[in-house]
Design a binder for this molecule. Structure first.
Ligand code: ATP
Ligand code: MG
Length: 725
């Protein structure tokens, strides 16, 4: 068999990795060096040359988008579909495992997945059930606590409270929440992984089966695995240790969610005899972009260190634009993209990246006005919209009436006169009898424990759901959805709202019928799953990725976190402001700045040919005004690689440091010259690199040794000029 196409377009180190003998292997290499490429080629190699069945391969990565791309790349290399191969995200694969082994996992067959909003509500109920003050015990905090413990593999009984009352209370909430979840057959995202791990660990036969089956494990973005994910991999890899891991410590950006870079550092201890391969050639970016990224990341002390080079050529310098405000920033971006399109470029060549999701709104507006098609990854996605979640709640109740989360959502949406009092008596009854809300309702009604109107309303709701189940049992999935949005009253309810928002909601509901009409992927190894359940599970997982207009030529907007692993000819990183990026929190908390810098490194290294960095001196965000100075990351990029464009001639930035700028300019009333060493009470020593304004408004820009560059108003700053020898 001719397999040259599997190794021809690889360099020596890449080829070594693709064709390596079985055994633990770690590729530790920088951005754009071909890690993902090697991983996909390895899969094809195992299959075509080593004769490994697609059943025997498990490959995992971090986002649905990346998993989809990985699957497509492998299929292209093999020239055939790879149906049964387990390629997916940790969550997706754990979910698949639990659907097959629901019995061993002690779950109902139709268990439902809670997304973060469902989970928050469920935690809130647990807190109320314990008679705790929600102000003192905010559900969101408790939710983070629970997820963090689950990511560490900890159940309530494993947590040591050390007599700490806060910890004790959190453990009680965790316990109550988990009891409620188990009762409702509900599984949150973190639970997917933990439950899969426990099921495998505590069941010798299953474990043996999967260890035998998956002789080859491959994991991309290994630097971002957390404790539970790594434990899962180690468990399946067992003694053979055929784990093929690729990662880059400089791109570890999920420390805040429990990812452990140590997994890279300790790999060798867990898998003795690990072969380590380094890739040093970058095939993605121009010299200027790569050098800027290398220089930036040099500022981190906590890293393994590596060299990356490219022979693509210098390319254009990176452009830095300091806008007046966010509108001006968006205009700049739109104009550059217009130029690109007008010279024959595609929209999809361009990616706009930002630190915070909230930044997308202004950019979206600008694209909309300019008539440029765009798409936002992340943010509020289709399956996360209110009206869609309402409809899904009905569908879930049809599938499993004990689903408390859906019960809570559907019972009074659209409003049918069921008040808080009635609801809380249902909740109390459910808690006391330790049954689901649905069950409790039935009992309350039988016991005639509800008064006239409330009783009619509740029994009406139950009849409605039971009728829906009966009427839809023979219908196709899309007809089922259609039936449900009409008979639940949701469609009419939203039609009454004549605002644009209301109209959009109606459209979305109709779109859900459309979505249900598309072919649904029921995994081959769980044929017993109903179409409806497959659809509902997909909906919960898909909420993480909106694939609505996939394939359309459009500009892509996303956070830097979601850009990991991707590449684009044209990249804009917006909001390069101190306090936004790096974020305020990371500046204040020690140790956080390095992760933020890695995020910037990820952002920069997405760019192939052109990179634009932009900031707004004045930004309205989260309803507040911010006046900002350039991100310290800007000043960490050597001026050789970057060119600044300014909207105002009289405002200057310290980017292009030509010798004559060291002289005192005529308009300088600050008494300080550029290059002057100064001392500040709080920030320590620094160098003046710029100034602007007059009299009481005079400001100087000082590059401090410890805290980076800052604008200071002279009238307040109490700067002491130091004599330089
Ligand atoms: P990241 O760290 O950002 O995930 P990566 O190391 O996974 O990057 P890839 O995405 O695999 O890098 O590769 C970067 C680009 O370089 C891709 O377009 C890939 O096709 C190309 N590339 C990698 N190796 C080679 C090679 N040997 N010859 C030609 N192109 C290559
Ligand atoms: Mg990659």
């Amino acid at each position: 068999m001719d397999v040259s196409h599997l190794i021809d377009a690889l360099n020596t180190e890449q080829r070594d990795a693709v064709t390596a003998e079985p055994g633990p292997l770690l590729i530790q290499a920088g951005a754009g060096s071909g890690k993902t490429r090697v991983l996909t080629h390895r899969i094809a190699w195992l299959n075509q040359v080593e004769g490994v069945s697609p059943f025997g391969i498990l490959a995992v990565t971090f986002t649905n988008k990346a998993a989809g791309e990985m699957r497509a790349r492998v299929e292209e290399l093999l020239g055939t579909a790879i149906g049964p191969m387990w390629i997916g995200t940790f969550h997706g694969l754990s979910h698949r495992f639990l659907r097959i082994h629901w019995k061993e996992a002690k779950l109902p067959q139709t268990f439902q997945i809670l997304d973060s909003e469902d989970q928050r509500r469920m935690v809130q109920r647990a807190i109320r059930g314990l008679d705790l003050d929600e102000k003192k015990w905010p559900p969101r905090n408790a939710m983070w606590y629970i997820n963090e413990k689950k990511d560490e593999g900890l159940r309530p009984q494993h947590i040591r409270d050390d007599g700490d009352p806060t910890e004790q209370q959190m453990i009680r909430i965790y316990t109550a929440y988990q009891t409620a979840c188990d009762l409702a057959g509900a599984v949150d995202f973190a639970e997917l992984l933990l439950r899969a791990l426990e099921t495998l660990r505590d069941n010798d036969e299953l474990l043996e089966h999967y260890q035998k089956r998956f002789r080859h494990l491959l994991v991309d973005e290994f630097q971002d695995t957390n404790t539970i994910q790594y434990a899962w991999l180690r468990l399946i890899a067992g003694d053979t240790g055929n784990l093929f891991a690729v990662g880059d410590d400089d791109q570890s950006i999920y420390g805040w969610r429990g990812a452990k870079v140590e997994n890279i550092l300790n790999f060798n201890q867990h898998f003795p005899g690990t072969r380590v391969i380094r890739l040093e050639r970058n095939y993605r970016s121009t010299g200027n972009i790569l050098n800027a990224a290398n220089a930036l990341i040099e500022n981190n002390t906590d890293r393994l260190g590596k060299n990356l080079w490219t022979d693509i050529g210098e390319g254009d310098p990176i452009t830095f634009y300091s806008a007046y405000n966010e509108g001006d920033e968006a205009r700049f971006v739109v104009e550059r993209i217009m130029e690109h399109i007008n010279t024959g470029g595609r929209r999809s060549d361009a990616a706009i990246l930002y630190r915070s999701n909230a930044q997308s709104r202004v950019l979206e507006e600008a694209f909309f006005r300019a008539g440029i098609r765009y798409r936002v990854y992340g943010g509020l996605r289709f399956f996360e919209r209110m009206e869609i979640k309402d409809a899904l709640a009905y569908l879930r109740l049809i599938s499993l009436s004990d689903d408390d989360v859906s019960f809570e959502r559907a019972i009074n949406q659209p409003p049918r006169g069921i008040g808080d009092k009635t609801l809380s008596s249902i909740r109390n009854a459910a808690r006391e009898a330790n049954v689901s809300l649905w069950h409790a309702c039935a009992e309350i009604l039988t016991a005639n424990a509800l008064k006239g109107r409330a009783s009619t309303a509740v029994s009406g709701f139950m009849t409605l759901i039971m009728n829906m189940r009966k009427e839809t049992s023979e219908l196709s999935l899309d007809k089922t959805v259609e039936y449900v949005i009409e008979h639940s009253g949701l469609l009419d309810h939203y039609k009454k709202d004549r605002t644009e928002k209301g109209e959009a909601r109606v459209e979305n509901l109709l779109e859900l019928v459309g979505a249900a009409g598309a072919p649904i992927d029921v995994p081959e190894d769980m044929p017993e799953m109903s179409q409806l359940d497959a659809f509902l599970s997909n909906a919960a997982l898909e909420a993480g990725d909106n694939q609505a207009d996939e394939g359309e030529d459009c500009v892509q907007l996303m956070t830097m976190h979601s850009a990991k692993g991707l590449e684009f000819p044209l990249v804009f990183i917006t909001g390069m402001e101190q306090g936004l990026f790096p974020s305020k929190r990371s500046v204040e908390e020690s140790g956080k700045i390095e992760e933020e810098r890695r995020l910037c490194y990820v952002g920069i290294t997405r760019a192939e040919q052109r990179l634009f960095l932009t900031m707004a001196e004045h930004r309205r965000l989260y309803g507040r005004d911010h006046f900002s100075t350039p991100s310290r990351f800007i000043s960490e990029i050597p001026s050789d690689f970057i060119m600044e464009i300014r909207p105002r001639l009289n405002v200057s930035r310290p980017m292009v440091q030509t010798p004559q700028r060291k002289a005192i300019r005529e308009d300088n009333t600050t008494g300080l010259s550029i290059g002057q060493r100064v001392m500040h009470g709080k920030f320590g020593e620094g160098t003046v690199t710029d100034y602007e304004g007059q009299g009481a408004h005079a400001r100087v820009y000082v590059n401090f040794e410890t805290v980076g560059s800052k604008w200071l108003v002279l009238a307040y700053a109490k700067l002491e000029a130091l004599n330089t020898a």
